[in-house]
Design a protein around this ligand. Structure first.
Ligand SMILES: Nc1ncnc2c1ncn2[C@@H]1O[C@H](COP(=O)(O)OP(=O)(O)OP(=O)(O)O)[C@@H](O)[C@H]1O
Ligand code: SF4
Ligand SMILES: [Mg+2]
Length: 376
């Protein structure tokens, strides 16, 4: 089945490319200085920064992967974009998240209700928190389709079956009568993905959407998402801890540690020539990706607690390259133009666009040449 028939294309407004039919003139989502804290035992004088000054841009037609170990702030980043964090305790302290020009962090509840599910689809890390346990999955799917796409009952049912088949669920006409608990974990994840893409959102945020899937089904889902993004000109923010997923699907990657993005750039370039010691460590601890000669090395130590972040570079207690300055002063972002085999230097690239830039938040990066062969 062609992707166009699977995801009927919606008319899109404003400056569109005559080739692809989607907007190319502005980033779809621009997140700047996003900072989210949790108070220690309810005491707002002791905020732990789960997300700390995060910047990234999501381009139309592109996939950005957010990677990092457990507890680094990936889900908090995703949830705060749609203001889905429980507040209290969560407090969005600073920042903006402009989605096609509208700041999601200051949008009204009514605007957000329209955006959620309709313009932005979300796949939650735990599908059971998002699926209604006492409603058949078919009904859950058709409700969204009827509300957001204004389909008739029979058209919505047909669409739901097509979507289930599209995410690889056998016997979709029977499965739509299942309650979520009657499905396997992997099936529930796929139902969530199907529901999120059913309304043809401009942006999809997916938090570890394929963890319960075997590699074959995972590949099928990632291919489906990839094709969908190319066809519709939407974009995907994909959270994962798996560099295999990054290698398969990402255009851009942002590596997160202790609430901060520490390295950012084109995925192929970062995978081939990581600049930050944390990224190097993550890649070394993954079998079959890089550094094949080396035996697998786990990064020593653990991600620091929310309320016990070390001074200076938060990675310094685990970093074999740490110097005296690392424990004292937090490194700024060093940036390099990635298409010219550039050198990392401490200056801020133009605000309007991130593409073509590599960023690394490490004292060792200053003056470091990015591996030319790794680029483009
Ligand atoms: N509701 C909450 N109350 C207090 N702390 C929270 C809450 N939600 C998240 N946190 C904290 O924020 C930090 C970042 O959590 P987050 O869920 O974003 O991690 P993650 O990178 O998604 O990890 P994982 O890979 O395990 O999903 C953690 O220290 C976590 O304990
Ligand atoms: S700033 Fe220092 S401690 Fe942090 S990653 Fe770089 S070398 Fe390691
Ligand atoms: Mg998470």
């Amino acid at each position: 089945m062609g992707m166009d028939s699977f995801f009927p294309r919606r008319e899109r407004s404003s400056a569109v490319s005559p080739v692809s039919g989607f907007r190319t003139d502005a980033p779809l989502l621009r997140v700047r200085d996003l900072t989210v804290g949790f108070p220690l035992r309810g005491d707002s004088r002791h905020m732990g920064m789960a997300v700390d000054g995060v910047n990234f841009t999501l381009r139309r037609g592109a996939v950005l992967c957010l990677v990092g170990e457990s507890g680094c702030g990936k889900s908090v980043t995703a949830l705060s974009l749609l203001r889905l964090l429980p507040s209290p305790p969560a407090v969005i302290l600073r920042g903006s998240a402009h989605f096609e020009g509208q700041d999601l962090l200051t949008a009204s509840e009514a605007e957000l209700r329209h955006i959620r599910g309709n313009r932005v689809g979300m796949v939650f890390q735990d599908p059971m928190t998002a699926l209604n346990p006492v409603m058949r999955v078919g009904r859950q799917m058709t409700e969204g389709l009827r509300l957001h796409r204004r389909l008739s009952a029979s058209a919505a049912k047909e669409a739901a079956e097509r979507i289930l088949a599209g995410v690889g669920i056998a016997d979709p006409a029977a499965r739509i009568f299942d309650f979520p608990h009657q499905m396997s974990g992997g099936m529930r994840q796929r139902v969530m993905i199907g529901m999120a893409i059913a309304c043809d959102p401009d942006m999809l945020i997916a938090d570890e959407p394929t963890t319960a899937l075997d590699v074959t089904v995972q590949k099928r889902i990632l291919d489906l998402l990839r094709v969908r993004i190319a066809v519709s000109g939407s974009a995907l923010l994909l959270i994962t801890h798996d560099f295999g997923v990054v290698a398969q699907i990402a255009d851009d990657v942002a590596v997160m540690y202790a609430g901060r993005i520490v390295e950012r750039g084109a995925a192929a370039a970062v995978l081939a020539g990581p600049a930050h010691p944390y990224t190097v460590g993550l890649l070394r601890s993954r079998p079959g990706m890089r550094e094949r000669k080396h035996r697998l090395e786990a990064i020593p130590g653990a991600v620091p607690g929310l309320w016990s972040r070390p001074a200076g570079c938060a990675f310094h207690p685990r970093c074999s390259g740490a110097r005296a300055i690392c424990a004292r002063e937090e490194p700024p972002f060093f940036a390099a133009r990635s298409d010219k085999g550039g050198v990392f230097a401490a200056f801020l690239p133009p605000e309007t666009s991130d593409s073509g830039w590599r960023y690394c938040r490490c004292w060792l990066a200053e003056g470091m040449r990015i591996d030319k062969s790794a680029e483009t």
